[in-house]
Design a protein around this ligand. Structure first.
Ligand SMILES: [Zn+2]
Length: 188
């Protein structure tokens, strides 16, 4: 390391902590935002700060939102009869990008439990629960658990079609495969 560049080194180190960013890229980013385009760098810092302060989890679905309730949950034009259960709020962004689904979402994770999901189903009078988990033994277990917990409700359970490779998260699946997987969903 070059001497007396502690701030720069810290920045490189910070970028290196971002998943998927290696040392070379970290140096490239740090150089770009400090020396190549410092105005952009300051703007980026400001944007990051604003995002962190303004974003929260929707109290209904657990998705990313600027308000207590997200734009999807308040949108009366969406199909309330279908709720797509995903593993991460990021998956909502991915599926929305694919334009293949116009129902609602629910993020199932440690924060958002099955009782919240039950509340949501009853609130919207949903008729179909679509599991959009990336395939793994663990996700099969979670699906069975949720189904069992909700067996008293009048709701159909489906899951997105195979074709999504095992262990690959939704954000890394191409749009065409994702659209097809949602369209070809199967009863479970
Ligand atoms: Zn929501």
């Amino acid at each position: 390391m070059v001497k007396n560049l502690e701030h720069f080194d810290k920045l490189v180190e910070a970028f290196g902590k971002i998943p998927g960013v290696g040392k070379k890229s970290a140096i490239k980013y740090a150089y770009y935002i400090t020396l190549q385009d410092p105005f952009f760098g300051l703007n980026l810092a400001h944007t990051i700060e604003n995002s962190i302060h303004s974003l929260k989890h929707c109290t209904i679905c657990g998705g990313i939102s600027q308000n207590e309730i997200c734009d999807i949950c308040v949108d009366t034009h969406r199909n309330n009869s279908m709720i797509c259960v995903v593993e991460s709020p990021k998956d909502i962004l991915t599926i929305e990008d694919s334009n293949s689904f116009d129902g609602l979402y629910f993020v199932f994770n440690d924060i958002n439990s099955v009782s919240n999901l039950k509340d949501m189903i009853l609130k919207f009078d949903a008729k179909e629960l679509i599991f959009a988990f990336s395939p793994s033994i663990n996700s099969d277990g979670v699906m069975l658990y949720i189904e069992d917990q909700l067996k008293d409700l009048e709701i159909n359970f489906t899951k997105i079609a195979q074709g999504i490779p095992t262990g690959v998260s939704l954000e890394n699946v191409d749009m065409l495969s994702l659209t097809k997987a949602i369209k070809d969903r199967k009863e479970i």
